[in-house]
Design a protein. Structure first.
Length: 201
């Protein structure tokens, strides 16, 4: 990122009490990038690395113009919220790199190696296409507003496995949302779907 000026920054609550969204008027990362361990941050995101070096930051999730920060449970937001805001604002103003070039391609390759790019037969492939379409159209916009993301991982014999990211990961209400809203919607629109389960990244 080039050095920039007039960075506006405000916070937004998320359904996860451990995660807070810091929203800015600058594009941070066009897409989604989640960092839960320091090794990945060391390799791909100087910004995530510096944030995670703070004792109270557990994980970081970038998407477009916001960063969702998940804190360590032994800290309280009133004690760290402003410190984090100043830290983030200064980093952006100084033009620091958020996510390195090539991250998205590297993550896609990693997903394929882990089996997320599983190939289905024609009939199952059509079911998968419908599931992904519903997730993209109805579910993702809502969870992204809350500082999170949901990704399709696999479909097997009526069971859809998804990945919860950002504020959705570890959120107490995400299980209710998953079962109450997402599972109900998918099973209504795609009768072959019997269950939706979440997997940690």
């Amino acid at each position: 990122m080039e050095k920039t000026s007039q960075v506006l920054l405000y916070t937004e609550q998320t359904p996860n009490p451990e995660t807070l969204k810091y929203v800015t008027n600058k594009m941070l990362h066009p897409g989604r990038a989640e960092f839960r361990d320091t090794a990945l941050a060391e390799e791909w995101s100087p910004f995530a690395r510096e944030l995670m070096a703070l004792p109270y930051v557990k994980s970081v999730y970038f998407s477009n113009n916001f960063v969702a920060v998940t804190k360590e449970p032994n800290y309280e937001w009133p004690d760290i919220m402003l410190k984090l805001k100043e830290f983030i604002k200064k980093y952006i103003e100084d033009g620091g790199t958020v996510v390195k070039e090539g991250f998205d391609a590297a993550m896609r390759q990693l997903e394929e190696e882990k089996g997320y790019g599983y190939q289905y037969d024609e009939k199952t492939g059509e079911i998968v296409r419908k599931i992904k379409e519903i997730l993209d159209k109805y579910v993702k916009p809502a969870v992204q507003n809350d500082g999170g993301n949901i990704e399709f991982k696999s479909y097997d014999n009526g069971v859809v496995t998804v990945l919860m990211q950002g504020a959705c990961s570890g959120c107490p209400s995400s299980t209710m949302t998953l079962k109450g809203s997402i599972e109900t919607m998918l099973s209504r629109m795609v009768p072959e779907v019997k269950e939706v389960i979440a997997e940690a990244v």
